[in-house]
Ligand binder design. Sequence first.
Ligand code: SAH
Ligand code: DHB
Ligand code: MG
Length: 232
Amino acid sequence: MPNDYEDVTTLQQQAQTRREIEQAITQLFAPEDEALRSALASAKEAGLPLIQISPIQGKLLQLLAAACNARKILEIGSLAGYSGIWLARALPAGGRLITLEINPKHAEVVRDSFKRAGVADRSEVRVGKALDLLPQLEGEAPFDLVFIDADKTPYPQYLDWALRLTRPGSIIVADNCVRGKRLWKAADQDEVEASVYEYNRRAASDPRLVSLALAIDNDATDGFTISVVRQD
Ligand code: SAH
Ligand code: DHB
Ligand code: MG
């Protein structure tokens, strides 16, 4: 029987191994270039929170964009443009990314970051509350990929909008769907946990969707819920 000390070292070793694997995957499959690093540096400089997706999540978004042949992508929640750069780079010539951001200061940082990354021509930041901007997008639908990563309590409403604004075969991804009590119902859930749980429950059970939550952020304590809009 391992004693407590051995249990602790084993857990530490496992965490270390997971970090090494993650670093190796990042280096090989999802290295950051100067433009991505510079988007993070501007975010830091402007005092924005550093709550962007990880490089592996960025690469997964690109993989999903390729899988659904994405030409039009919608993002809800831009922050400093880090995920937006990953998404815009997945677009073919003539493709379009629209990203929605409530904070005009964030939107300015995003526009600069998109310019430096060379994706300003195919990307547009719209400033406002997502629930006010989404109805105006109906004329520009369908989007091939929707990435939801803004405030968490409207996540169920964002799912309704994503379903309205997509086509069969489109992919809907939502960030921060795994952490805390976001995957099961509990009496002591806070408002965010209850809302994201509702998002997950609907993504899992809506007959129009094939969905899966994946624990894939840095220490596998948070992650994406990924849904494909069924073709049949
Ligand atoms: N997708 C980004 C991180 C987004 S953080 C990345 O990975 O790089 C969440 C962003 O959503 C913040 O910039 C915040 O200002 C914005 N946001 C919060 N509430 C919003 C709302 N109601 N409508 C639009 N944007 C919102
Ligand atoms: C928070 C929001 C995010 O979108 C995220 O990826 C991490 C943290 C937050 O509000 O704390
Ligand atoms: Mg997030």
